[in-house]
Every structure is written in C-alpha cells, then in structure tokens.
Design a protein. Structure first.
Length: 229
C-alpha cells in the first residue's frame, strides 16, 4: 500500500478500492511532539478502543468514516478530504481551557464547541467561526453542520461512557468530506479524549503521560476493560 501520510502516532495508507488503511503506531507524544516515547502495545489498545467508539457513532446514525477493523493495529476507513480544523467539545473545564482563562480544572459546564486551526507549526491556535468563514476555511453552513455533528457525538459518547464508569470531560474530533457528505473522521481514543473515573476523577487518558503521573498504558488498558464489559 502507498503511504499517504505519517503523523506523530498514526500512518495512513491508500487502499486499492478508494478507501484508506489507518495504522496506530506505538508512539505517544505531547506538546505537539516536544515529548515523545514509544510504548509497546499502545497501538493495538487504541485501535480496539477506537473500534468501540465508532461503533457507538454508527449505532446512533452519526455519519463517520469507519468501515472495519483490519488488524490489531489498523482499521479501514472511507477516504475523506479533511477540513483543516480540530473540533473540541468540552463538558468539564480542563487542559488549555483552564490555562487560557485562569480557571480551575474539573468544573462541570454545558457543552462548549471550540474550533482550532489544524497546524502544528502554529501550535493549533483557537479560531472563531467568523474568522474561519472569512479565511475561506469552511462556510457558515458547513460549520453549523459540523457543530451539530460534534454535539451529537458528545451526546452519544457521554451516555456510553457514563454507562461504563467514565466521565467524558472533553474530546477532539476531525471532520472530512466524502461525496459531499460530512463524516466524523480520524480517531476517538484516550489520545484525543479526556476520560476520568466517575467516582474519583482519576485521569484515564493521555494526561497521565502529559503530566508524568503514571503509566499511560495502564490507563488505556483500564478504559478498554471498562468499555468491553
């Protein structure tokens, strides 16, 4: 297969039928790649978790790029043209939101949808909808649809996570187009979501790595264990 893209933790290959194969590698990074390690078995953990969450989206009739799991570390997906934005949905205060506004972490809030420019060189800056449209990144109609999709994803994942003893504090998704249809794309894993234990609020996501507070593989294994029961 032809390599189309090799990112910080995933590789994308072209399929012969107009699809792509996305491979989770064992890399883990933080700070836009400033911190980097390789954790044996991470890729297979994320692939398994990702499969579960995209199945949740499909069962809730939320359009997405996922087709099927191919191997321990890879899955097949529809080829999409990614809108160069990262869409973040927040249910609790955490991470950059706290740093940006000087507020404490862990406060429950009504869902907030934020847009960031997908550009590592610029450190993925926050961008408002008016600027997005003025720069021609996406139309207002597209942004409105993306926002509705993001909130639908949030509703489905919140309910599913809660049923398995997890708080979904926030998450990042990407959206792409295929045959003029907007599809939830990329991945849904503890690399791109904040999961907290529903009782203790213990982090079970990449914050374990970002903050050097434990072994992230243990956290990811616990998330998979809960989602699989």
């Amino acid at each position: 297969m032809k390599l189309l893209q090799s990112g910080k933790v995933k590789s994308v290959y072209a399929g012969s039928d107009g699809t792509v194969t996305i491979e989770f590698r064992d890399d883990i990074t933080a700070g836009n790649g400033a911190k980097h390690d390789v954790l044996k078995g991470k890729g297979s953990l994320l692939n398994a978790i990702n499969a579960i969450f995209f199945k949740v989206l499909s069962s809730n009739s939320i359009p997405n790029h996922y087709i099927e799991k191919l191997s321990d570390n890879s899955f097949k997906a529809k080829k999409v043209d990614i809108i160069p934005l990262e869409i973040v949905v927040r249910n609790y205060t955490a991470g950059s939101l706290c740093k940006r506004y000087g507020i404490e972490s862990g406060r429950k809030i009504d869902p907030i949808v934020e847009f960031f420019v997908k550009n590592d060189v610029l450190n993925d800056p926050l961008i408002c909808k008016n600027v997005i449209t003025q720069l021609g990144i996406a139309t207002k109609k597209t942004l409105d649809t993306v926002e509705k999709l993001a909130l639908a994803v949030n509703d489905a994942l919140l309910r599913f996570s809660k049923a398995h003893g997890l708080i979904l504090a926030d998450f990042k998704i990407e959206v792409g187009t295929s045959n003029d249809e907007l599809l939830i794309s990329d991945e849904i894993t503890p690399d791109t979501c904040r999961f907290w234990d529903i009782e203790t609020h213990e982090s079970l996501d990449k914050d374990v790595y970002r903050q050097s507070i434990g072994n992230p593989l243990n956290a990811y294994e616990e998330v998979l264990r809960r989602l699989s029961r």
